[in-house]
Design a protein around this ligand. Sequence first.
Ligand code: ASP
Length: 593
Amino acid sequence: MAESMTGLKRTHRCAELGISNIGEKVTLMGWVQKTRNKGGLLFLDLRDRSGIIQVVFDESKVSAKLMDKAATLRSEYVAAVTGEVSKRGGAVNPDMLTGEIEILPEELRILSEAETPPFPIESDSKTKEELRLKYRFLDLRRPDLQKNLMLRSKVARIAREFLSDEGFLEIETPMLTKSTPEGARDYLVPSRIHPGSFYALPQSPQLFKQLLMCSGYDRYFQIAKCFRDEDLRADRQPEFTQIDMELSFVNVDEVLDVNERLLAKIFKDTLGVEITLPIRRMTWQEAMDRFGSDKPDLRFGLELVNVSKVVENCGFSVFSNAIAAGGSVRGIKVIGQGEMPRKKIDKLVDFAKDFGAKGLAYLAIGSDSSIKSSLVKFLTEDEIASLIKAMDAKEGDLLIFAADSDKVVWDVLGNLRIAIAKQLDIIEKDVYKFVWVTEFPLLEWSEEQNRFTAMHHPFTMPFEEDIKLLDSDPGRVRAKAYDIVLNGSEIGGGSIRIHQTDIQEKMFEALGFTKEEAQERFGFLLNAFKYGVPPHAGLAYGLDRLVMILAGVDSIRDVIAFPKVKDASCLMTEAPGLVEDKQLEELGLEITR
Ligand code: ASP
């Protein structure tokens, strides 16, 4: 039977107590982790979000009634205990925050009974995630998830405090809005009052934060929910959170500076890690050329080398044709892996195929300088020697080459280098390698849409000196966009915005929007720009991804209280769900499939 807590007041959280509290009378409230009844002595582990404390019911010290009551406690009952903090009678438990103390109870109240949970409430759960997500309210009791969510709260608090101190205003922007420009599919909300019309949930607060700049708020931030209806990959969620900001009257250096100091504060105050500032910068071109990725992981080498010059006229048509078609041949050198068994190399080839490679060429140099290679049939001895020289390879090294369009080669080798680094276990632990990737291409060609699309979004400023290329060679225009990358993950990105009507018009043209289309989608922003727009810039972090890295976890679901699974459903609430016919009628909607 559940008792009331009338007359009781919780004085501490369980693990807030230590030896300095010995002798104090305290009242704790929490969940029963477990009990051990040793006949005459009953040990209760009481748990709350701070941790666990041991309560000892000793029949020589407490009433028989209290002993009997304690014996009815079961896992996950909610209990209140009033008693005295005492030095541990038994052995000290060094693994417990409260391992040197225990509570000698005077009163026990059972505030709520509990059914046996479908899985044990413990860190490092072995229970299948599906079951845990179905009972997320229980899963969230587990200490490791509680730690992650407390960390997340701390990061949000640090960001709020830091940005407020730097003169940013926290301003909310609407959830029910029009389509925003991030280029993903929108989540739509039907309007009852305007049948046939829909709101879009924001993919980001992009347009509104730019409007706020037009309105003179000059520094804005928001911890904002964003929604993108994309096919989910392992580390994506349909709704996610950004730390979003926008600033007026600033250049790139100023945006990066304030953000570097924000990151430094977050890392110092959560992990105690000092980030050396300024954070290094690398152009997109360099990142792609050296690491095959616009989010390079700088914790290890295995850099790409462009060997196109060496092999452009060689007898291997896969190489020479790729180059003739405007692509490239690039390689990576895996030091000391010249003896890698064929089976393992084949695995790498299979892996590369997933990223669009038709195949990989390899060249293994034995410790005796012997050469094993799929290339020997096609290349002359001299060509092989030049290739080895270009790759700066030695006895015992393994060289892997890909030939295709730049895009495919980068993607294949960029992913391969990560896979190999993981396989060889050469990624340094507990290091945080930050890099700003700058000078992104403004536009990228979309085969699907048969037009250029904005790599970041349509409001990103091109380099002034590249604007003339917008007509002649749009793919080569560089953008004043920047991403902040940490250990191979993009944790944030932003850009200087276009605030000049003529450049914006050119940009829309390059994107294939007619004036009418641009007006229809973004008219309110363009309109605002007519009335005095300050130069402005901004950036947004993916909070979930950032917390994931800080928490050292591999799954984004472990840092979100109520995440969705890969098919965008919630296993606990079973959302999305059907609605009543009446609701559909009110909305003027009919389900056709
Ligand atoms: N709105 C952008 C994004 O979500 C960030 C920015 O440009 O500020 O990626």
